[in-house]
Design a protein around this ligand. Structure first.
Ligand code: CA
Length: 225
């Protein structure tokens, strides 16, 4: 899951960046509204977190502009404003949710999870399956034949991306864009290393699915059924 944060307060941006990375999200940061717009239209994000008061273009104007372009990406607006009219204005321009500063990081995470499981994103699914493997997106657990497989945040995100595209070849670039972030070099061997971590974790189990390498392109998760 890749998130764009548009926030001009460096301290707040850094706090969000560290916290969300620790949860396994890929994170990009823009420090003003114009840059945020540039990032939002050139990259594919799963959620945008926009601060309300931003230099060059406000979070509300940025939100409006994104919606006017017909983009459906979930948007959460952050702000110190907390009057009812402000909330209505934020939601009226197409934000999906609204969080008032100061907020608890756990609340932000819960709201992000709620946005990520909106029907237009997940087709209502909170559990993904492939063969005997199930991934519970709410509890963040992966189970194979009743046994939980412990995965790091990055392994979980990578597997989630493969599961969402089960049976399709996913390119290294697509994986890099959704699981890592802007500064990630898709030519490095990091993706292969993580694919091997996953294969090893499932290796000793009697499984009916596998991650295939598609030479020169990327990977494909397939079930044997
Ligand atoms: Ca601000």
């Amino acid at each position: 899951m890749r998130i764009l944060i548009v926030e001009d307060e460096k301290k707040m941006a850094g706090f969000l960046d560290r916290g969300l990375r620790a949860e396994g999200y890929a994170v990009d940061i823009a420090y003003d509204g114009e840059k945020g717009w540039e990032y939002a239209v050139t990259n594919e994000y799963d959620v945008l977190i926009l601060d309300w008061m931003l230099p060059r273009m406000s979070g509300v104007d940025l939100c409006k502009k994104i919606r006017n372009e017909g983009r459906q990406v979930p948007i959460l607006i952050l702000t110190a404003r907390d009057t009812v009219e402000d909330k209505i204005q934020g939601l009226d321009v197409g934000a999906d949710d609204y969080l008032t500063k100061p907020f608890s990081f756990d609340e932000l995470l819960a709201r992000l999870r709620a946005l990520l499981r909106r029907p237009h994103r997940l087709k209502d699914k909170t559990v993904l399956e492939c063969g005997t493997m199930t991934m519970d997106l709410i509890k963040r657990r992966v189970v194979v034949e009743g046994e939980e497989i412990a995965l790091s945040q990055k392994e979980f995100s990578l597997l989630e991306y493969l599961l969402r595209h089960e049976g399709e070849v996913v390119s290294r670039t697509a994986i890099a864009e959704h699981v890592w972030d802007l500064h990630f070099d898709p030519m490095s061997n990091t993706i292969d290393v993580y694919i091997n971590f996953l294969r090893k974790k499932f290796g000793e189990k009697n499984i009916d699915f596998r991650i295939e390498t598609v030479r020169g392109t990327g990977y494909r998760l397939v079930s044997e059924k």
